[in-house]
Design a binder for this molecule. Structure first.
Ligand code: PLP
Length: 383
């Protein structure tokens, strides 16, 4: 029997959050145009008008990833589902995967490898360092039976950027397919899927695309698709099985789209709009803007005496991790920024919990007025 108070209809007000300035590790500030796009009337997910928008969306994702891969789409779930989609579709039980771990998300990749019943060979780098290509090459040499190399391009837990071009070349030279996490890199730093020979890549809508959270752009190269098609075992996840999902997203065979799951129609309007804005700005200009805004923020943070976790050469412009000064109350500072300035910055994660702040400059958030607010607020709060 339910308690009496649970049988009554709850009386709650509509949720009406204040406008925060999101300068953490994501979600980032969403473009006003993207929020407006999401509020447009819902249509059926097989409505011809919607299907036309999906075709444009696929083209926009291909542009953002710089790929002509036919299997390019947005997974109807957040970045973690994009990660999982790569592992459950491509990696079969017993196969060997070299996994690079230099922060939280490399470790999450390792857990995915284990959960599909495969064997993870971990190449560790310290938190704050980028993945060391020499160590990766040594692991590839030591494990000629490895089938995949998996790494995080932009490690959000530390702010380190790894050399995806070199790592993917090494993978190819050793007969491995590459699986790349581009959740924080897409739209913020140079990323060229076809030129760099990336085989499987996923991202997230809520970082440098400045879209609402909950979608994961994903792309598989023809070699990755061939691996998927030649599996000896069924993909263990029905929802994430990309060969089924492609029946809805459309393939090059011109086959009619069919129902797989109900697409998040309005969220896809939002992604379409955010990628349209990225295309209007131009990818290279977006990369340049992130780099420029990082320089402005860096100068200000250094003036406040804050030290970066990552050395300059490997630093992500869109994720600035700085050490919390000695004797400063981490939680109190972040609470005051939120309450007094409506400003969110990120706490440290994993090994950096309580030791660092993560200041995001992502997408729409990478602009001068945000930087000025953040620097002024930090100066006043740190006294
Ligand atoms: N990979 C990286 C590098 C991330 O930064 C994140 C989220 O912050 C994820 C994966 C997981 O994405 P999501 O939180 O959207 O599931």
């Amino acid at each position: 029997m339910l308690p009496a108070q649970l049988l009554q209809a709850p009386e709650v007000h509509a949720f009406n959050p204040p406008r925060r300035i999101l300068m953490g590790p994501g979600p980032s500030d969403v473009y006003p145009q993207v929020l407006a796009a999401q509020a447009r009337p819902t249509v059926g997910h097989l409505d011809p008008l919607f299907v036309g928008m999906m075709d444009e969306l696929k083209r926009l994702i291909q542009y953002a990833f710089q790929t002509s891969n036919e299997m390019t789409l947005a997974v109807s779930a957040p970045g973690s589902a994009g990660m999982e989609a790569c592992f459950v579709n491509l990696v079969e039980p017993g196969e060997k995967v070299i996994v690079c771990r230099n922060g939280v998300f490399g470790e999450r990749m390792r857990q995915n490898v284990e959960r599909v019943g495969a064997v993870a060979v971990v190449v560790d780098n310290l938190w704050g360092e980028c993945v060391d290509p020499h160590a990766v090459e040594a692991a590839l040499r030591a494990h000629p039976d490895a089938k995949f190399l998996a790494f995080v391009h932009a490690e959000t837990s530390t702010g380190a950027l790894s050399d995806a071009k070199t790592l993917c070349r090494l993978a190819r030279e050793h007969g491995c397919l590459s699986i790349v996490d581009a959740v924080t890199s897409l739209g913020g730093v140079e990323l060229r899927v076809d030129d760099w020979g990336i085989d499987a890549i996923y991202s997230g809508s809520q970082k440098c695309l400045s879209c609402v959270p909950g979608l994961s752009p994903l792309s598989f190269s023809p070699a990755a698709v061939a691996k998927l098609r030649s599996r000896k075992t069924q993909v263990q996840s029905w929802f994430l099985d990309q060969s089924l999902v492609m029946g809805y997203w459309g393939s090059d065979t011109g086959a009619k789209r069919s129902y797989h799951h109900t697409a998040p129609v309005n969220a896809l309007y939002a992604l379409h709009e955010s990628l349209r804005l990225l295309a209007l700005e131009g990818l290279q200009q977006a990369w340049r803007r992130h780099a420029e805004m990082h320089s402005v923020l860096r100068l200000g943070l250094e003036r406040l005496g804050l030290e970066f976790v990552v050395e300059e050469a490997a630093r992500l412009p869109q994720l600035n991790a700085v050490y919390i000064p000695e004797g400063v109350d981490d939680a109190l500072v972040r609470r005051r920024l939120l309450n007094d300035y409506n400003l969110e910055i990120g706490a440290g994660l994993g090994a950096l919990a309580g030791k660092a702040w993560r200041i995001g400059l992502m997408g729409y958030g990478a602009r001068r007025e945000n930087i000025s607010l953040c620097l002024r607020a930090l100066e006043e709060v740190l006294g």
